[in-house]
Design a protein around this ligand. Structure first.
Ligand code: MTE
Ligand code: HPA
Ligand code: MOS
Length: 767
């Protein structure tokens, strides 16, 4: 089935926040963000700004009737700064004017006097100074301290992973319209309507039932609007509540880039030990998450880093510790993969280092350690693994041994150009790691003409969830998809939603829809059973069959009959993912409904004169379960891979030592374009066990494919090593052309090699 939005997207009729017709009298907001990253506010001068023609009012924290607090997990984030500023761009005042131009002009006239305080941008420095968002967490399995003795080789290294700007095409924004009885209608570009509702409720001191949050769709979220849409909705709501006028604020791209958090940068130290058969016996890792100035979703993101720190591998002895470090950057937040990608990069770096020292291809270590069904991850969940199946299918489909030989042959006969190849297995757990969030609701109405309207908590952000929900209802009622309509997500219809995130939106809202539709279908069948004198009633192609025979009744007639008999044609349903549980004190449990697996093989060519490169091919074997919409799912994989490649190669978030974002526009922040797309991108499905916690056995697909992109970094590393085996290639991301060029012409410091040898003998290594 085609994406139900495809036509309106192409002809420009799809409605985003900026397409909502403005009500007469609408005012426009703009936020004034702190120009410096850390300090104490000694004066805030608004007089000049208030003189700008068209300015109506400027709001500060003093105008907040409820709590000046928008922290979701930890209450550590003011909506508007009071006395302290903690990051550059932190909102301090909110200007409201008759025009957007006036609001922005006034923002430039605001002056603030700040006593500066020291700025921390580095997570290791923050950790050393005790600046932690939450206490550290440690996952352990086996006993690493004893396990090093079983290892024939042990290697240590460190990693620096950069962040990533979400760059959703639609920037953040909100439009708030006052309603009667002191209620507010809040249009928000958010993945989490309930999070917006809760935040506004707290800030204004209004009960949640006064707040109608409405979302038609987003022009992309990628995690950036899971929590960080709250601020803009709360600012507009604050102004609308005071002024009794509609207030809109859609951020300028540069405001969005400067004021919002991004994917978390991480630093990490690892130690990996292998035995002679290349089994990874032990792995220790310490993560330093750069959380930014307040918690936002960092604690949850940090948890997923720990969950995925062994990627697709079984390692019997693991000790993984993570610190969430408070720095003077905008609070970093959810981004496709939610901390998992950083955990996976580090284990892949450890394997790459081991392979280099042992003079092997990394793939021989990767393959030897893929997790098998029945084995457990460090957090205790025993897994139903498709890791080896994906890998083997890859080998049979593409003769990967021949591919590797061809790369070697190419590199022998070329000097300027070198190819690199890398495998990237992925294992990603599906469910919010916070068990309580794994529930969803649907409200299904069948109208007397047989048409169907569905509301759920799902947010359509380009990932195609609305299309999948239509498919669910169409299958249960056996009616054409054009009889089914998905309504905008609205907190008046569906309450207490979890955000559309964790790749679980179609699973959870689809299951809720399935429950509601099944209940209505059962009532309709009961009506038919009475009419036709048999309980053997089925729906097929809009027809009602009794005992397998045509009854001459169609769907519409049956619906109408049910209505006449006063049978309910509506259902509100609730779905809570079964089987999952987690004990945070023991760091053990069964947090995920299931895991998604896959393997990619990635090939690059580096121009060793220029440092530039192209991605020749990405070939994927992906565990879809049984995909319910292969076009949408392929779209998710293609987009995820390109986004992953961008993160690993060209997207370089640069903050200076003063905590100012230097890469604050598309001229200084390079994102993938058509030239960055792999020249060949092949996706093969592994039809796997139809996991019954996936909707119709169709496994979640939103986030896992991004992590295939990690392989590009290691393919580039291999190409550089082919040019210069003694090249010094630190584990830092992204691998920009500049870094490639530097690495091509670098040398491992002899001191380094020496030092490593010393360490090696100290650890009793025989390599
Ligand atoms: N695809 C598009 N086109 N736009 C998006 O914003 N977000 C990603 C992924 N794919 C996103 C996307 C992220 S971060 C998640 S968690 C999932 O979609 C959310 O949707 P799902 O749960 O329906 O997969
Ligand atoms: N994934 C994505 N978003 C989340 C999660 C998660 O596991 N937990 C809380 N928000
Ligand atoms: Mo996705 S990072 O879970 O919104």
């Amino acid at each position: 089935m085609k994406n139900i939005d495809s036509h309106t997207h192409v002809n420009g009729q799809s409605v985003y926040l900026d397409d909502i017709p403005l009500i007469h009298g609408t005012l426009f907001g703009a936020a004034y963000g702190s120009p410096i990253a850390h300090g104490i506010i000694t004066a805030l001068e608004l007089e000049d700004a208030l003189q700008v023609p068209g300015v109506v009012r400027i709001f500060t924290y003093k105008d907040i009737p409820g709590e000046n607090q928008i922290g979701g997990i930890i209450p550590d984030e003011p909506l508007l700064a009071e006395h302290h500023v903690h990051f550059c761009g932190m909102p301090v005042a909110f200007v409201v004017a008759h025009t957007l131009e006036a609001a922005r002009a006034a923002v430039h006239k605001i002056k603030m006097i700040i006593d500066p305080l020291p700025v921390i941008t580095d997570p290791r420095e923050a950790q050393a100074k005790g600046e932690l968002i939450i206490p550290p967490r440690t996952f352990t399995m086996g006993n690493t301290t004893q396990a090093w003795q079983q290892c024939t080789s042990v290697f240590e290294g460190s990693v620096d992973i950069n962040g990533q700007e979400h760059l959703y095409i639609e920037t953040q924004g909100a439009y708030v319209v006052p309603q009667e009885h002191n209620a507010l209608r809040i249009h928000s570009s958010t993945q989490g309507p309930t999070a917006v509702q809760r935040t506004v409720s707290k800030v204004l001191g209004l009960p949640m039932h006064q707040l109608e949050v409405v979302v038609t769709r987003l022009g992309g979220g990628f995690g950036g609007k899971e929590d960080q849409a709250n601020m803009w909705a709360a600012l507009c709501a604050l102004a609308a509540w005071h002024l009794k006028r509609p207030v809109k604020y859609a951020l300028h791209r540069m405001e969005d880039m400067v004021m919002t958090g991004k994917r978390h940068p991480y630093a990490a130290d690892f130690k990996i030990g292998l035995d002679a058969s290349l089994k990874i016996i032990a792995y220790e890792v310490t993560f330093y998450q750069n959380a930014g100035a307040s918690a936002d979703l960092s604690p949850a993101v940090m948890a997923r880093t720990l969950f995925h720190c062994t990627n697709s591998y079984f390692i019997p002895h693991v000790k993984a510790t993570a610190y969430s470090c408070r720095t003077n950057l905008p609070p970093n937040t959810a981004f496709r993969g939610f901390g998992g990608p950083q955990g996976m990069f580090v284990i892949e770096a450890a394997i790459a280092l081991a392979a280099e020292k042992l003079q092997l291809d990394a793939c021989s270590i990767q393959k030897a350690n893929l997790i098998q069904s029945g084995e457990a991850f460090p957090y205790g969940q025993v897994v139903q693994s498709e890791a080896a199946n994906c890998w083997e299918k890859m080998e049979t489909l593409y003769d990967t041994a021949a591919m590797r030989e061809a790369v070697k042959a190419f590199n022998k006969s070329n000097h300027q150009y070198k190819k690199g190849i890398a495998f990237m297995p992925v294992c990603f757990g599906i469910s919010f790691t916070n068990t309580l969030m794994n529930n969803a609701r649907a409200l299904v109405h069948v109208y007397t003409d047989g048409s169907v309207g569905i509301s759920t908590g799902a947010i359509e952000m380009g990932q195609g969830v609305n299309t999948k929900i239509v498919q669910v209802a169409a299958r249960i009622f056996s009616i054409p998809t054009d009889k089914i309509k998905i309504n905008p997500t609205n907190t008046y219809n569906i309450a207490n939603t979890s955000p559309s995130a964790a790749s679980a939106t179609a699973d959870m809202n689809g299951k809720a829809t399935l429950i509601a539709c099944t209940a209505i279908a059962a009532r309709l069948k009961q009506v038919a059973a009475t009419v036709f004198g048999t309980t053997n009633i089925i729906f097929e192609n809009e027809q009602v069959l009794a005992n397998g025979e045509s009854t001459g009744w169609d769907w519409k007639k049956l619906v109408h009959e049910a209505y006449i008999q006063r049978v309910s044609l509506s259902e509100h349903s609730h779905y809570a993912t079964p089987e999952i549980h987690y004990d945070i004190n023991k760091e053990k449990g069964h947090p995920f409904a299931y895991h998604v697996f896959g393997t990619a093989i990635l090939e690059v060519t580096v121009d060793c004169l220029r440092g530039t490169y192209v991605t020749d091919a990405v070939k994927v074997v992906h565990d879809f379960g049984a995909s319910m919409n292969t076009d949408i799912d392929r779209g998710q994989i293609e987009g995820g891979i390109v986004q992953g490649i961008g993160w690993m190669t060209m997207e370089e978030v640069v903050y200076d030592k003063e905590g100012r974002l230097r890469s604050n526009a598309l001229s200084t922040y390079k994102v993938p374009d058509i030239y960055a797309v792999p020249k060949e991108l092949l996706i093969e499905a592994l039809q796997t066990r139809q996991d019954n916690l996936a909707i119709f056995g169709s496994k979640a697909v939103g986030e896992p494919p991004l992590m295939y992109g990690i392989g590009i970094w290691f393919a580039l590393r291999n190409a550089i090593s082919a040019f210069s085996p003694s090249a010094n290639i630190p584990f830092t991301t992204p691998m920009t052309p500049e870094k490639v060029l530097m690495a091509l012409h670098s040398k491992k410091a002899t001191g380094d090699i020496h030092q490593h040898a010393e360490k090696a003998s100290y650890l009793g290594i025989n390599h």
